[in-house]
Design a protein around this ligand. Structure first.
Ligand SMILES: NC(=O)c1ccc[n+]([C@@H]2O[C@H](COP(=O)([O-])OP(=O)(O)OC[C@H]3O[C@@H](n4cnc5c(N)ncnc54)[C@H](O)[C@@H]3O)[C@@H](O)[C@H]2O)c1
Length: 321
């Protein structure tokens, strides 16, 4: 492998739900100037990163990616740019182009410049035929375009690791719950939107049924898992290094609404499933994350009650400031 052009960090899709938080955490740890935030969009006021550098970069532009990596002295890429499940079902061609094409751009650049890479996967790799508590090793038969692009991402990642020695690491994130940035067009967005609606309107019209149970995780746990797997000794990572299952908690949409009602008694919730119900039904209820625990010591901190408390407290603080 060649030596990377430097030791700075590049984050793609940095203005999204995860990037907004990951960039801040990485900057706290490595220094503001070390982390270059990039996205195809321009930052708006809410999601601007005034503390460090930002530049426009499409993950479909391989030449621009190579130039950025060399000019900016990059050694590590966190590749977060993607089209999520609900948006992807509406525009499968775009989803395939960005998710598979963008990952190829990043992996090719990583091979040519000796970069270390984080590429997130998702619980969407599982299909209706997987056990309801999805094991790490399962036949992956997703029915959504998004899920298929995530399986392809894992396969590509393992190929670049085996054939070219690219240091690839990945996690199958569950639905992520956070308060700083809006959810980005995924099927689990209801578990974020419900908090905003509860505080602002006292009512939420949920787009999946009350008994829909999916794996979920608070953003702090997701960021911690990301940092942990990137810092793990490479020799401890097994054949799942491109997509480890990680478990946060698992609850139904009805249970989430009930926990919010306990804290906001006037809150009401209707359940009117739309096209996203079919996507949710194709995913497992929960995941088994024992390989992540065994290989690099993964353990989540946030259960449902703690997530609800954190979300309500932070959203209220944010509104009053
Ligand atoms: N948020 C979740 O619940 C969740 C769950 C499982 C997996 N993931 C995965 O984590 C990663 C990040 O997800 P997120 O929730 O932050 O997504 P998001 O939709 O909030 O953000 C994605 C970002 O990518 C950018 N983008 C789109 N096309 C681009 C392109 N061609 N070039 C550069 N940037 C582009 C968008 O502008 C956006 O800011 C994705 O790979 C996603 O599949 C997320």
């Amino acid at each position: 492998m060649v030596e990377p052009p430097g030791d700075r960090i590049l984050v793609t899709g940095a203005l999204g739900q995860i990037g907004t938080e990951l960039v801040s955490e990485l900057r706290k740890k490595h220094g503001n100037d070390t982390v270059l935030a990039t996205d195809i969009r321009e930052p708006d006021n809410d999601r601007y990163f005034p503390e460090g550098p930002f530049c426009n970069l499409s993950v479909l532009d391989g030449e621009a990616m190579e130039k950025t990596v060399t000019d900016e002295g990059i050694g590590t890429v966190y590749h977060l740019a993607a089209i999520l499940s609900a948006t992807g079902e509406k525009n499968p061609e775009l989803c395939h182009r960005v998710n598979v094409g963008g990952t190829v751009t990043v992996l090719e650049t990583a091979r040519d410049f000796g970069l270390k890479v984080f590429v997130p996967s998702s619980i969407a790799v599982f299909g209706p035929d997987s056990p309801r508590i999805a094991p790490q090793k399962a036949t992956l038969n997703p029915t959504t375009t998004y899920g298929k692009t995530k399986v392809t991402g894992e396969v590509l990642g393992m190929n670049y690791f085996k054939q070219y020695g690219v240091d690839i690491r990945g996690l199958r994130y569950p639905g992520l719950i956070s308060w700083k940035a809006p959810a980005g067009g995924g099927t689990t967005d209801y578990a974020v939107d419900i908090f905003h609606a509860a505080i602002n309107d006292g009512h939420y019209n949920c787009f999946v049924s009350e008994d829909t149970r999916l794996p979920m995780m608070y953003i702090d746990d997701a960021i911690m898992a990301t940092e942990m797997i990137m810092q793990a000794d490479g020799s401890s990572l097994g054949t799942s290094r491109a997509g480890y299952n990680i478990r946060g908690c698992s609850f139904t949409a009805g249970e989430l609404a009930d926990r919010i009602s306990l804290r906001i008694p006037e809150f009401t919730c209707d359940f009117n499933p739309d096209f996203r119900q079919k996507v949710a039904d194709s995913w497992p209820n929960d995941v088994d994350d024992n390989p992540a625990k065994d290989d690099w010591g993964w353990e989540a901190n946030f259960n449902l009650d703690r997530i609800v408390d954190e979300m309500l407290e932070n959203l209220r603080k944010n509104q009053s400031s």
